[in-house]
Design a protein around this ligand. Structure first.
Ligand code: KE4
Length: 445
């Protein structure tokens, strides 16, 4: 039996000073029961808790650790940058390097503004879309998460075609009413919503691959439909790629699926594990931002030199870009930059095959959704295309499975409604160990 007495003591102490003992709710293990472990260190694809237990990590700090934890090039970049100061509040060269890198790797991004979180990026992109179109209403999808800004903590109203209702205490109904919440992967509700709200919808914001209710992959043609219906109605299309950006391809989901959004939100990977976010897109829209235009947005630590150094190191490692030609950074060779993504796809396929076989041999109904190195297994017997499908999954079975594999040294996301992430630091042996542990646990479910 795994001992976690030091974690338990720390959690008891944390509860006295931090609400729920955590600085972000999902970490509290409330969706799976039990108490969270406290990490002591992380390296490569493994995390070690304060009791010395080691786990193969498939959370990867919720996405940023695509190269594994404590990658030497990222650590070295942070150490070097820190010698020159930790924050300036003054323009510095690393902000320009980061902006050029993002604009060269994500062609739809002609200009980009850094923030300190994905929440800020999405909140600011929506404000910009409203300012640019002079419209108030926005469309989001059930099960998609775009951070915790008031107008995004909204659930589908009774008549989704009318307005949303707050999904959190403290959000006034007036803040939620302009947010229309529709089912992911469906087209009719969108057509009806645009028809019922002619010339009133500023934008659609969507996770092109949804990783915040497990994992939903877009049905063939659905993203193209979003692009078309927004053009037809004078609304903007915002891809929230905080999770998928630089995760599903060097150019993100928009490269993988061949869609050009008007605005893109980024985060996670571009900070190399340090606090970061960004939003960017068409220059004519981005120039509506202060100090040029009338849409205000700001941040004391935006473009922080340590986060920029860590993010640049991560993107260079992923894209094997060179910094020398900072003026027109292009990957040394796209083939080389695809090495990381080819590897991630291979490992993802190995995990998917193994998990499907494990469930089949255990006679456990399970669905395994995957896109590249993002995945989610649901204990469900029908395909999962959106939140209503995901809600049918057997969460009790997931809880038992989560703890079973955790005790076997595999750390999955502590909720049925979260995605898992594979890094370039995972090996075939790690995947095989994971599948073998899962097979044993599934047999006992
Ligand atoms: P942050 O404010 O947490 O940096 O980013 C918000 C956000 C925006 N958009 C997408 C697609 C996201 O996935 C996120 C944050 N993702 C969650 C993981 N489900 C962060 C984990 C947490 O809240 O602790």
């Amino acid at each position: 039996m795994i001992s976690r007495i030091k974690s338990e003591a720390l959690f008891a102490e944390a509860l006295n000073y931090i609400p729920g003992g955590v600085n972000s709710p999902v970490r509290a293990f409330r969706a799976v029961g039990g108490k969270p472990f406290f990490v002591n260190k992380a390296s490569g694809c493994r995390v070690t808790d304060v009791d010395g237990n080691e786990y193969i990590d498939y959370v990867g700090t919720w996405g940023p650790a695509i190269l594994g934890h404590a990658h030497p090039k990222i650590i070295s970049a942070i150490k070097t940058a820190a010698e020159f100061g930790t924050s300036f509040g003054i323009p510095n060269p690393s902000e320009v390097t980061m902006a050029k890198l993002i604009c060269s790797l994500v062609p739809s991004v002609q200009k980009v503004r850094m923030t300190n979180s994905g929440t800020e990026a999405c909140m600011s992109a929506i404000r910009l879309a409203r300012g640019f179109t002079r419209r108030d209403k926005i469309i989001k999808f059930d099960g998609c998460y775009h951070g915790h800004a008031d107008s995004l903590l909204v659930k589908a109203g009774s008549g989704a075609l009318t307005f949303g209702h707050p999904d959190s205490a403290g959000v006034p109904a007036d803040f939620a009413k302009h947010t229309l919440v529709l089912p992911y992967n469906e087209t009719e509700p969108l057509q009806a919503t645009f028809a019922a709200n002619k010339d009133q919808i500023a934008c659609i914001i969507v996770e092109p691959v949804a990783g915040n209710a497990g994992l939903f992959v877009p049905k063939p043609g659905w993203l193209e439909f979003l692009r078309q219906i927004t053009v037809e109605n004078g609304a903007l299309l915002i891809f929230d790629e905080v999770m998928t950006g630089f995760r599903l391809a060097l150019g993100g989901a928009q490269q993988r699926f061949g869609i050009t959004p008007d605005l893109t939100c980024l985060g996670k990977i571009i900070g190399g594990g340090l606090p970061v976010g960004a939003f960017g897109g068409r220059a004519d829209i981005m120039d509506y931002l202060a100090p040029l235009g009338p849409v205000y947005q700001a941040g004391t630590l935006s473009g922080n030199p340590l986060a920029m150094a860590a993010g640049i190191a991560a993107l260079e490692e992923l894209g094997s870009c060179t910094r020398e030609s900072a003026g027109d950074i292009v990957p040394r060779s796209l083939e080389r930059s695809c090495d990381a993504y080819t590897r991630l796809d291979q490992l993802g396929a190995l995990l998917e095959t193994g998990m499907r076989e494990a469930a089949k041999s255990a006679g456990v109904p399970a669905v395994f959704n995957r896109c590249g190195s993002m995945f989610c297994g649901y204990f469900a017997s029908e395909p999962v295309w959106n939140l209503s499908d995901a809600m049918k999954a057997d969460r009790e079975r997931f809880k038992k499975f989560f703890h079973g594999v955790l005790d076997a040294g595999v750390y999955l996301a502590p909720s049925q409604f979260e995605a898992g992430f594979i890094s370039t630091a995972h090996s075939e042996a790690d995947i095989e160990k994971t599948v073998s542990a899962a097979a044993k646990v599934m047999k006992a479910l």
